[in-house]
Design a binder for this molecule. Sequence first.
Ligand code: NAD
Length: 377
Amino acid sequence: MRKIAVIGVGRMGSKHAANLAAGRVKGAFLACVCDTDKAARKRAERLKVPAYEDYKEMAEAEKLDAVVVATPHYSHVEIAKFFLLRGIAVLTEKPVSVTVEWAQELNEVAKNSGALFGIMYNQRTNRVYARVRELVKTGKLGAIRRASVTVTDWYRSQVYYDMGNWRASWSGEGGGTLINQCVHQLDLMQWILGMPESVQASCRTVNRKISTENEVLANFAYKDFNVVFTASAHEVPGVNMTEIAGDRGLIRAGKFKAKIYLLENDEAQINAKSTRDYGNKRDKKYKKYTVRYGLINLIRDGLYGQQCNILNDFVHCMNTGERLLAPGEEGINGLMLINAVYASDWSGKKMTLPIDGKAYTAALRAHAAEEKNKGGC
Ligand SMILES: NC(=O)c1ccc[n+]([C@@H]2O[C@H](COP(=O)([O-])OP(=O)(O)OC[C@H]3O[C@@H](n4cnc5c(N)ncnc54)[C@H](O)[C@@H]3O)[C@@H](O)[C@H]2O)c1
């Protein structure tokens, strides 16, 4: 049985700890937790494991196989490095870091350590997105022509932002809705479509007292197509929709189901066969079907969270040496997209990828310093 600790038992970490403590992660158990906050440690007493204030003391006192890092974003790299350097496996919450420069440094440490390093990209466990990815990667959708990702269903009230002084600040969180919530959708975008060549973006803050954005509009340019990305955390009821059009069909994917339209002829054939100005109806025929999340998956994930699937995959790969569903190094891609969006918003310019990591870190620091001068976090 793998001995696992959870570091940071706030909103998310307490769920990871509860899943481990309840035996929902096959082959592992919760050995202890760690949190700098006394009240969080007190709340964790019900788990009946030791609760440490300092993760370094915890590492001295316990012989651990792995840690789950669920602390605020800026601390992920420092904590993950500490354990990887001691050969202890690390599963870190998203985002892997706040700057791509630090994420790359962490990945070097992980590579050299040989210890398993994973990231909590739990949305990759959603079979709807896995099927969409398969259709794109196997070429069934044909060459991609355009895509759009609209994610406006991460509603966050002022109460949410006031719950922790690190939230929605440049110095505490390294960004707003993009780095916290939308990191999942950007990971899915690059997981399914690969990385774009450039981005032009603009961000806004609407109706909240926060220093970072809660609305984003970005155009990701790929070699042969564009992805229009729209996100907000102030809209009700909100939408979560990914649309991908290829020359063999169309996918419209929400969180719980995807509608798939696969053409009998690809668009070049439809055009070649056309005897009419709008094309021939008989040549435009398609098969239509739906991919669903699945009732059992829906109930299980509703009760324990998708994150429990990633925990299970992590322990499974620790034991078998198989490739993780969400390897830590893939955390760099989503973060690269996020940093590029912010850099484009700040400069008003189109950013070519990969961006200069060091320059971005310097720009983020400048934003954090300016925020402090204005009396922020
Ligand atoms: N995967 C998901 O779906 C998901 C959902 C929510 C949050 N998250 C991620 O989880 C992480 C935590 O978010 P949250 O909402 O739980 O925040 P939170 O503020 O509720 O909890 C963070 C906890 O970490 C503790 N902490 C801070 N620094 C620490 C340190 N150095 N050592 C030990 N403990 C420390 C804090 O005291 C707090 O209890 C973030 O990276 C966030 O993006 C992921």
